[in-house]
Design a protein around this ligand. Sequence first.
Ligand code: CTP
Length: 371
Amino acid sequence: MKIYKVGGAVRDRLLGLPVADIDWVVVGASAEAMLALGYRPVGADFPVFLHPDTGAEYALARTERKSGRGYGGFVFHASPDVTLEDDLRRRDLTINAMAEDDDGHVIDPYGGQADLEQRWLRHVSPAFAEDPLRVLRVARFAARYAPLGFRVAPQTLELMQQLSESGELEALTPERSWKEISRALLEATPEVFFDTLEACGALEVLFAEFSALPKPLRKLSLQALHQAAAEEHPLAVRWSALLLHLNSQAVAALSARFKVPRDCQELAQLAAEYHTQAEHAREMDPEALLQLLQAFDVYRRPQRFEGFLHACEMAARAEGRPSWPEGAYLHGAAAAARAVPVKPLVDAGYTGQALGDALKQARLAALTKLL
Ligand code: CTP
């Protein structure tokens, strides 16, 4: 049996980038041989094993054939006679279809190194189209490597277009889609992910609500997302900056489609609903200001409100405004409302509704001082 490093680890080493985790492929071995060596199987009928000591993934060289619609509709053929070249051929992009042996010698049957040098994201073979997730993967790689000058090869974009038109994208599970989307959002130029999806027609299938925005608003949203990435804001702020110009039903529909984690979903929905108000914060009376703070539950969820302010600020910066003074103002208002102590009112005997009313009056008084 022979063992090779494959996929992202080879690609990123050749690009001079840090390598996070290493995938290995094992040629000339059977499942029985792996088990006898102490490797632990990952699933019942999936030819992937975990190393007994390191926990790294070792996959038997395999070929794949699509057997039906949707994910899981794959037949694997893993046996000792599957060659390294066979295994590399089933992979998505040429830059992901290279292997490296123990001596650091690169095996590159499909031109991965040339495409690395010329900055092409190019499919390996027509089998690319057997996995619709690859539309999202390529868009994600485009987002990740755009700063290095990478772009999608025209023929690959064509295959992505065909996949988008075929209805196959609808068969992706929410979990797999969100995994790609969230990873793309966390890249340094996440707007390229959405530009790429638009270029291949996938945006209107997967993000119909966003795609329906007028073009200038879409551009502003992507610019806001870019800004959020440039300032290294967390995922929820990035997701919210992207969706700020949608209405809250559209945000809810998108969030449900991809089973978006609660923190991202909540923040995006609140941001879509309240960002226009935030723009007018300095004209608000204390009553309206307090209502805005209550909507975010700033007393128990101060961080969420900060995330909201960041998303609004990114949108303002996308419009070319150098600063967003409403942010500091609302930050101060939230701090003032939160600083009102509850204990003296409880000690004075207030309970229930009366306590709520007294707290509200004290908070209004604190906000009035700010005006
Ligand atoms: N792969 C593929 N098609 C997919 C998923 C994975 O061809 N739908 C192949 C690619 O060769 C890829 C390898 O499996 O390089 C490992 O996949 P994964 O770990 O998801 O990605 P990496 O390429 O390692 O990239 P990342 O740095 O994003 O983890």
